[in-house]
Design a protein around this ligand. Structure first.
Ligand code: PRX
Length: 627
């Protein structure tokens, strides 16, 4: 989307917060908190005091080598220690840390003490496998406790994790593994999805043929899919066997605040996914503070973030945020509509979920069923509802507010990215809300909307969304590519972080996100690069060139429309269409939802670059006179 796209701002409704919500909130006056946050160093240093440091920092922010910012200089800390160990000396010792539920109705609970023992065993086991501080462990796992344990075990010993979303398939998996050069892969026999078991082991077996750095594969027997020990190759071991006999104690590594924590790959405009690198101290401060203030987390909350752990939402807010705050995090494996579209409401009722964080696409999907399933359950325990990943249109916002929240609870639309690590633009529960707006930058963060030169644009006019000051959970670089980090995010508009989203601001300073300005699609909240999809298309023998664009879809946000030039001798008949869809799915996984394929003789190009903008304009019947 281009920044000058005109969209009329006709949403005038404003909703005041409920008195009880404000009375109980950590932050009772969001505007005062935003004022406090203007002194970023003072603000974030104060928040950092909530964590347990082995050694306190001697400088909050180092800006001497922009844009390579550093936070909490010389501070020493450990994430697993703060997320798990410190709670076992408190009355939270036997409090449920992880509540795992799946679509078959199975459940598993791990208290903080049980999680502590399990993480330590896994940490010791990883050490025995030769994993050292600074090395990377890859994970290709379903939403399951073993994934959380493995991530925490890495952070305990100072190893990085690189989690690959289990909905991605062979091609996407290989690219990420090889770039991360991981020595260990932790995977599972399968994952539950809509009544079926997806065989993750088979996908990773295929991928591993092309991943030479992996020395050991740890297999979690999660679904009970038939794998015998004798089926395992010499470099494979079952998770349970690996942990056998390991001591349940492990000293946490004293990590420097700026030591790398994890790499997470995300789609960009180039064909290759970008390895987003997060570091330790600032990430912990940013994630725990935002979750505490934005979702107003208290000790007795039951927190449920449906975000898959394979993406940043799951890293920051399914796993780390809630554990750093010592609350219970519900981890659900399955789809929102299986066995029926009442599943999520039934879980909220059964466990008494209090705070719920999900994606607009899931909300729009469930909205289609109206009250039919909702009326079967009592979901009145809910106190805050939030979304992330793509715009929450005002219709879906109103549905959440009225039908789910009974006009009583705040609807929190949060804007952030893999790169930002934490929520950056979002209302707080005490804020006045406007349906469809992400409100304002959170306390301690400064956002603006500017033109290409970095000048603020007038009220109501579209522009580039930028972040003007560093924030603690910001990514520190692109893994192994400092140059691209500068080039993509910091060079385009000097002095600020360019998010590549287009937005507007209204007369009250509220921000309205319009969409992405680059060639990245948002399909059901998953970020997918057009270039990645195109290279999947051209890796099929029938296709010589391909260009893809996002086509808006009422439920998924966007689906892919592909324009393909076929090689001689091929025709785009039903059989080939099916084959191409299957092929792209094989390469990228079910996240790449193809809505339509069209055969063309040529693609609009300028100096060798495909002009997707032209294809999009044509598709939408827009004027092309400026070409
Ligand atoms: O385009 C914005 C959209 O998601 C992008 C970031 O995607 P990803 O790195 O996968 O992270 C998603 C979860 C943090 C953004 O550049 N986006 C995210 N939140 C919103 C949004 N678009 C509109 N409204 C939001 N609340």
């Amino acid at each position: 989307m281009r920044p000058d796209t005109t969209v009329l701002l006709d949403e005038k409704r404003v909703f005041k917060p409920d008195v009880e919500t404000v009375e109980n909130a950590h932050v009772k006056n969001w505007e005062i908190e935003i004022e406090k946050g203007k002194d970023i160093e003072k603000y974030w240093a104060e928040k950092a005091e909530d964590l347990d440091w082995f050694q306190k920092w001697d400088q909050v922010l180092d800006e001497s080598n922009k844009p390579f910012y550093k936070w909490f200089i010389n501070g020493k800390i450990n994430l697993a220690y703060n997320a798990v160990d410190r709670w076992i000396r408190t009355n939270k010792r036997n409090h449920v840390a992880i509540l795992y539920v799946n679509e078959r109705g199975d459940e598993r609970k791990l208290t903080y003490y049980e999680l502590y023992c399990e993480v330590n065993k896994m940490a010791n086991a990883l050490k025995n496998l030769g994993v050292k501080k600074g090395e990377t462990v890859a994970m290709y796992l379903p939403m399951c406790p073993e994934l959380v344990v493995s991530m925490l075990a890495c952070t305990k010993i100072g190893a990085l994790h690189s989690v690959v979303y289990s909905g991605l398939s062979v091609g996407a998996f290989v690219g990420r593994m090889n770039h991360a050069e991981a020595k260990i892969l932790i995977t599972a026999d399968g994952t539950y999805r809509k009544g079926k078991i997806i065989d993750l082991k088979k996908i990773s077996d295929e991928a591993l043929l092309q991943c030479p750095t992996i020395e050991t594969v740890v297999v979690v027997q999660h679904t009970g899919n038939d794998i015998e020990v004798s089926d395992l190759s010499g470099k494979e071991i079952f998770y349970e066997r690996l942990l056998e006999g390991e001591p349940a104690e492990c000293e946490p590594e004293h990590m420097d605040a700026e030591d790398p924590l994890f790499v997470l790959y995300t789609s960009g405009t180039t064909g290759k996914p970008k390895g987003v690198l997060h570091t330790t101290g600032g990430y912990m401060v940013g994630v725990s503070t935002t979750l505490k203030n934005i979702f107003d987390i208290h000790g007795n909350d039951l927190w449920w973030c449906t975000g898959d752990i394979g993406w940043i939402t799951g890293h920051s807010y399914t796993v780390y945020g809630p554990l750093l705050l010592g609350t219970t995090t519900l981890i659900y494996e399955g789809a929102p509509d299986f066995p029926d579209p009442g599943t999520w409401w039934s879980i909220i009722e059964k466990y008494g979920v209090t705070k719920f964080y999900t994606a607009p696409t899931s909300i729009r999907h469930l909205m289609r069923f109206g009250n039919r399933y909702l009326d079967l359950y009592d979901i009145s325990t809910l106190k805050i509802l939030g979304t992330v990943g793509e715009p929450l249109n005002s219709e879906a916002w109103m549905w959440l507010y009225k039908t789910i929240g009974k006009e009583r609870i705040p609807i929190i639309d949060t804007w952030w990215q893999t790169e930002t690590g934490m929520q950056l633009i979002s209302p707080l529960p005490s804020a006045y809300l406007k349906p469809g707006s992400v409100n304002k930058a959170v306390p301690g963060v400064e956002a603006d909307i500017v033109d290409e030169e970095g000048n603020p644009v007038p009220i109501g006019k579209g522009g580039y969304l930028v972040i003007k000051k560093p924030w603690p959970a910001m990514f520190r670089t692109l893994y192994k590519d400092d140059e691209k980090y500068k080039e993509i995010y910091w060079d385009p508009i000097p002095g600020v972080y360019k998010a590549d989203d287009v937005a507007r601001r209204d007369e009250d300073g509220y921000i309205w996100i319009q969409g992405r300005s680059d060639d990245v699609l948002k399909i059901a909240s998953h970020r997918i690069g057009t270039a990645e999809v195109e290279s999947a298309f051209v890796s099929h023998p029938a296709v010589s060139e391909a260009a893809v664009i996002g086509k808006s879809d009422p439920v998924k946000g966007e689906v892919i429309k592909a324009f393909v030039i076929l090689r001689e001798g091929y025709e785009l008949k039903t059989k080939l269409i099916k084959e191409l869809i299957q092929h792209v799915r094989y390469e990228l996984g079910p996240v790449a939802v193809i809505g339509e394929i069209a055969q063309v003789d040529a693609l609009p190009q300028t100096s060798g670059k495909i002009m997707r903008r032209v294809l999009r304009a044509q598709e939408m019947g827009e004027d092309l006179t400026d070409l």
